[in-house]
Design a protein around this ligand. Sequence first.
Ligand code: COA
Length: 249
Amino acid sequence: MTEAIQIERERGLLTLRLNRPEKKNALTRAMYSALAAALKQADEDPDIYAVLLTGSHECFTAGNDIADFIQQPPSNLDSPVFHFMLNLLECRKPVIAGVAGAAVGIGTTLLLHCDLVYVSADARLRMPFVNLGLCPEFGSSLILPRLLGHAKAAELLLLGERFSGEQAAAWGIANEALDSGEAALAKAREMALRFESLPPEAVRISKQLMKAPDRELLRKVIEEEGALFTQRLRSPEAMAALSGFINRH
Ligand code: COA
């Protein structure tokens, strides 16, 4: 088990905290595996009513660890990152995200699969997949155009434009933008705790109903995106961009 994921159980609330500050909480294979296992546990344990996914007051996550992308790129749907995202997708309990600072790459993508998202107004979100020679992942090519319209989604996915927490809330990617990182994390926790007094079975069925219409389509899109993403990781375009980040100093 890696220390870069802190798992706290407080009665029926499971908090998963990204904790690798020296690398801006960039996600490694070990971190994905720990997150995947914790989500599975949350799904199976009848006493867990909600999952809170968060980072620090300063940083959510800088996305996939770029050194890992070069050294141990995911090659198929059996990779830790896929286990994590598929468990997030399948999780029957509500997942609430508290986001401050950078939320880059998968750090933004994963928010599209959470049920409630609270961000600091000055959070810095971005999906720079094209900029890295990659392509959208985990359903974002389906979800974002539907949510934002093609034009706005194209700015985010084809140009890799940065956007703020305030914009994320205005566009419906987040529920609310708060004044500070502390306030965003506190609000996420407050909302997660609300589920303690709600009937768990009714919450579970309601979430299932909300997710059901798109489930099959989403799985198919995720497989297509995943196949292209793993190919792109080995492309000269991606190798050049990823090595550029590693060797930038
Ligand atoms: N993978 C691996 N290491 C990363 C990382 C990543 N995704 N993001 C940041 N780091 C490391 C940096 O290399 C640096 O390590 P070092 O001190 O050993 O050199 C450390 O984390 C701090 O990062 P730094 O860039 O100095 O912080 P910043 O506050 O100036 O910028 C970000 C923060 C998130 C904007 C910037 O780090 C960034 O753009 N990271 C890459 C994000 C990305 O493209 N992710 C997408 C993957 S698909």
